[in-house]
Write a protein that binds this ligand. Structure first.
Ligand code: HGY
Ligand code: MN
Ligand code: MN
Length: 417
C-alpha cells in the first residue's frame, strides 16, 4: 500500500506505449496520421477499443447520453465528487496520432496505475473520452453536453461540412438525438478536472521546457459562410455583368487581415479551412461559394467586436458585388481561465518529478474550457516537435509523453487524497 502523498508515482510507460500503438492503428492513414472524424466508422472503432480497455483494466465503465465514455475507479472508502481527467479520441481528417488520444490514454493509465498500487484515495477518479471534440458537428459537442452548454436547437441544426446531419448519424447508430440535451453532469459530482494534451504549438520546444501549465484557453467562433451569385457561361458573360460568388470569397478573405489588425489583439487568429465552389466547373462562373471561417482570441470582448466587424464587411461585399450572403454560426466558445490552486498542484507535481514547467496560454480550444463550468480545472501540456499538429507530422518524444503522464498521475493523486 502506498501512503497518501508520501511518494512520487510513475506510470507504466510500456503499457501506455502499447495502448498508444494499438489505438494509432485505428483510422491510420498512409501518411502516418489518423482519420477518426467524430462518429465515423473509425471513431466508433476507437471508442469501442477504449471500452474494451476500460473493462480489461478492471475499471467501472460508463457512457452518457451524449456518447461520452468514462472509466471510474473508487478505492475502498472513496466517496463524493470525482477527480476527473480526460480528452478526446476523435481526430481531424488525416490528423496527428496524439491530439486528444494522449489525454485519454494517460488518464486510463493513471486510473489503472493507482488501482494496481492500491493507493488509498479519498475521492473517486475518472478518465473520460468526450464526443466530437474536433467539431465535425460544430465544436466540442460531448463536453458541451456534459456541462449542459448545448444551445437549444443545436442537435436539430448541426451538420458537417458535407451536409451530413448529426441527428441522422446518431439515429443510424441507434442513439436518440434528444439525449444530448440530458447528458448534463451535476457540478457537485466533480471535484476537479485535469487534461493532458500536446501543446500543438512551438513554445515549449523552442524554450526547451518539459511541461506547459495552461493559465487560459482562447475562445473562438466558427461560421459557415455562403455567397450566392449567378452561375453563368464563363466565356460569354462580360466581367462587369457577373454575379461571381467566388469574387465575394476573395474580397472577404483579403479584408480579414486588416480587420484583425485594426480591431483584434496580438492573439487574434483566423482561418478559412474549407472552400466549395458550385457548380464547380471550369467554364461556369461560380453561382455559390461556401466556406468555413473561424476566429480565435484570448479575450471575449475582442471576439464579439471582431464578429461584428467581420459580419459587416462580409455583408458590404455582398452588396457591392450583387450577391446574397448567409452566415451560419457553427460554434461560439468563450475563452476561459484555469484554476489557480489546480495549476499550483500541477506545478508542484512537475517540480517534484524534476521536470521544468512554464505557465502559458492555449491557442487551441479544449474540452477543459467547457469543464471549467463544472469544476476548477487545469491543463498539462507536453511539447509538440516543430509545433506541428492537426497533420501527420504531429509528434512528441516518448520521454516528454512520460513526463506529462507522470505529472498528470501525481496531480490526480494529490487531488484525490
Ligand atoms: O481546434 C482546436 O483548437 C482543437 O484542436 N479542436
Ligand atoms: Mn485536441
Ligand atoms: Mn485538435
Amino acid at each position: 500500500m502506498v501512503e497518501a502523498n508520501k511518494e512520487i508515482l510513475r506510470v507504466d510507460s510500456e503499457r501506455l506505449k502499447g495502448w498508444f500503438e494499438e489505438l494509432s492503428e485505428i483510422g491510420a492513414t498512409t501518411q502516418g496520421g489518423v482519420s477518426r472524424r467524430a462518429l465515423t466508422e473509425a471513431d466508433l472503432a476507437g471508442r469501442n477499443w477504449f471500452k474494451v480497455k476500460i473493462r480489461s483494466c478492471g475499471l467501472e465503465l460508463w457512457e452518457d447520453s451524449a456518447l461520452n465514455i468514462g472509466a471510474k475507479y473508487s478505492s475502498l472508502g472513496a466517496s463524493g465528487p470525482s477527480v476527473m481527467t480526460g480528452s478526446h479520441l476523435d481526430s481531424v481528417e488525416n490528423g496527428g496520432r496524439l491530439d486528444g488520444a494522449l489525454g485519454v490514454l494517460a488518464g486510463l493509465e493513471c486510473l489503472t496505475r493507482l488501482k494496481e498500487l492500491e493507493v488509498q484515495l479519498k475521492r473517486p477518479i475518472e478518465a473520460v473520452s468526450f464526443t466530437d471534440e474536433e467539431g465535425r458537428f460544430g465544436g466540442m459537442m460531448g463536453s458541451q453536453a456534459l456541462c449542459g452548454k448545448l444551445s437549444a436547437g443545436y442537435v436539430e441544426r448541426a451538420k458537417d461540412v458535407d451536409g451530413v446531419a448529426l441527428s441522422d448519424v446518431l439515429r443510424s447508430i441507434g442513439v436518440n438525438p434528444e439525449g444530448l440535451y440530458t447528458a448534463k453532469r451535476s457540478s457537485d459530482s466533480i471535484h476537479r478536472f485535469l487534461e493532458l494534451h500536446i501543446e500543438q504549438g512551438p513554445v515549449l520546444g523552442k524554450e526547451e521546457i518539459n511541461i506547459g501549465v495552461v493559465e487560459s484557453i482562447v475562445g473562438l467562433f466558427n461560421w459557415r459562410v455562403r455567397y450566392v451569385g449567378q452561375a453563368n457561361h464563363s466565356g460569354t458573360t462580360p466581367m462587369h455583368m457577373r454575379a461571381d460568388a467566388f469574387k465575394g470569397l476573395v474580397c472577404f478573405a483579403s479584408a480579414v487581415d486588416e480587420i484583425l489588425k485594426n480591431h483584434g489583439t496580438p492573439s487574434s487568429v483566423s482561418n478559412i479551412g474549407k472552400v466549395e465552389l458550385l457548380p464547380g466547373a471550369a467554364n461556369v462562373v461560380p453561382g455559390q461559394a461556401e466556406f468555413t471561417f473561424e476566429v480565435r482570441d484570448s479575450c471575449g470582448a475582442t471576439l464579439n467586436l471582431l464578429a461584428d466587424k467581420l459580419a459587416d464587411a462580409a455583408t458590404d461585399i455582398a452588396r457591392r458585388l450583387s450577391l446574397q450572403i448567409q452566415i451560419d454560426s457553427m460554434a461560439e466558445i468563450a475563452p476561459e481561465q484555469c484554476d489557480g490552486d489546480t495549476i499550483s498542484i500541477v506545478e508542484s507535481a512537475a517540480a517534484d518529478l524534476g521536470v521544468t514547467s512554464k505557465r502559458m496560454v492555449s491557442g487551441a480550444a479544449h474540452d477543459t474550457q467547457n469543464m471549467i463550468a463544472l469544476a476548477p480545472s487545469a491543463m498539462v501540456f507536453v511539447p509538440s516537435r516543430g509545433g506541428f499538429s492537426h497533420c501527420p507530422e504531429e509528434a512528441t518524444s516518448w520521454k516528454d509523453i512520460c513526463n506529462g503522464a507522470n505529472v498528470l498521475l501525481n496531480a490526480i493523486y494529490r487531488l484525490a487524497c
